[in-house]
Design a protein. Structure first.
Length: 133
């Protein structure tokens, strides 16, 4: 679990970025050996397949289904941001484990924590007092 200040998560992300950069610069034979831990995929049936790729934000999933003519009939991506910002995901778990004041500093702290999860979309933080808490 990430520490409250996010140092553990940030350190892990920087390590993954360094590993990815090393992979890109590796000789072809080494790259093929290492890629097995970063990329996976398979056929689900004769017209459907998937792939998963490790990325600095987390695992990126692709699912494709072809029609009988071999054209793409459907394609779906499940991005790490969808996992990380899900109501049962790690951002909510991290925020739930912290207390935030209603002043501006509470919102800035929550924004810094959200930023550690490296969203690929804009976001806004609002802190509201819970009724009957």
């Amino acid at each position: 679990m990430a520490s409250a200040d996010g140092r553990t998560r940030l350190s892990a992300r920087l390590g993954e970025i360094a590993e990815a950069a090393e992979l890109l610069g590796a000789p072809e034979a080494d790259r093929r050996r290492i890629e097995g831990t970063w990329v996976s995929g398979a056929r689900v049936d004769s017209l459907t397949g998937y792939a998963a790729v490790e990325s600095p934000r987390g695992r990126l999933h692709h699912l494709v289904r072809l029609d009988e003519a071999g054209r793409v009939a459907s394609y779906a991506i499940l991005a790490p941001t969808e996992w990380n910002f899900h109501p049962q995901g790690p951002l909510v778990a991290t925020l739930t484990g912290n207390r935030f004041d209603l002043d501006g500093e509470g919102a800035r702290r929550a924004e810094r924590i959200a930023g550690l999860f490296d969203p690929c979309v804009g976001f806004e933080v609002r802190i509201e007092e819970m009724r009957d808490a």
